[in-house]
Design a binder for this molecule. Structure first.
Ligand code: MG
Length: 253
């Protein structure tokens, strides 16, 4: 019994340490990216792509909480929908550099505001459990204000998108992302930082930006050595309706 109490209080203490500091200190609110209305999105997987989700099953994915378990998100009618109780999911396969295509849909009737409105995300390389990794934000920012380095298509808390290319809730939207993983020396020091180029609904939103380290909600990021990594999708803890994904494919570079 004592052991359980000790373990529980240790967990609380660890959580308190992790929560220390003010997340507002790393929010940026201006300039606000201008709104651009996207055209039609092109989505078909090319012949050399690895299909990560083709509409039938989650065979390429696993639970982040327990990597021995299948990803517990819901698959129906060719799309997958976040199951918030099941938590984040990640690819079974690990990658270094790649081109990634994915489509997502904020549900009609989405509620909430700021960061609590259709929040999800794609972690381009997972660096651990939970939300550890390099996140490109997914959020409904069609008429929804938040800090600009946390809006849709931002490299969360590092780079706002060049423009706001969000479509309306209920419409399918696409990310096309080119990811260059960071490289590390044998002693663990940084050899070259991660870089990302991203298109949101076909419009350039991140132009070969250099990442400062994995995403942090609080505080300043910094690198820690890692190799090839899973791609992770976020089941965010807000109480707005869960979003859906389809047509996810990747080309290793
Ligand atoms: Mg997110």
């Amino acid at each position: 019994m004592k052991k359980i109490v000790f373990a529980a209080s240790l967990l609380v203490t660890q959580q308190m340490v992790a929560q220390q500091g003010d997340p507002k200190l790393t929010e940026v609110w201006s300039p606000v990216p201008k709104i651009v209305t996207p055209g039609k999105i092109c989505s078909a997987a090319p012949s050399d792509a690895l299909v990560l989700f083709g509409g039938k099953n989650l065979d390429q994915w696993e639970s982040v909480r327990d990597t021995t378990k299948a990803a517990g998100w819901d698959v129906a009618d060719g799309i997958m929908t976040v199951n918030k109780n099941a938590g984040n999911i990640q690819t079974r396969k690990k990658f270094l550099d790649y081109q990634l295509h994915l489509e997502y849909r904020i549900p009609l009737g989405i509620t909430g505001s700021g960061q609590g409105r259709g929040n999800s995300g794609v972690f381009l390389a997972s660096t651990g459990a939970g939300d550890a990794g390099y996140e490109i934000q997914i959020l409904d920012n069609y008429n929804n204000e938040t800090y600009v380095n946390g809006q849709a298509a931002s490299v969360y808390k590092q780079y706002p998108p060049l423009v706001n290319a969000c479509k309306k809730p209920g419409e399918w939207q696409a990310y096309d992302i080119i990811w260059t993983a960071p490289r590390f020396n044998e002693d663990g020091s940084l050899k070259s930082p991660a870089r990302v180029t991203a298109f949101h609904n076909g419009i350039l939103v991140q132009n070969n930006v250099e990442l400062k380290g994995p995403t942090l909600y609080i505080g300043k990021p910094s690198y820690k050595s890692h190799g090839a990594s899973s791609i992770k999708l976020q089941a965010h803890g807000d109480d707005s309706k869960p979003i859906s994904f389809k047509n996810i494919w990747l080309r290793e570079l």
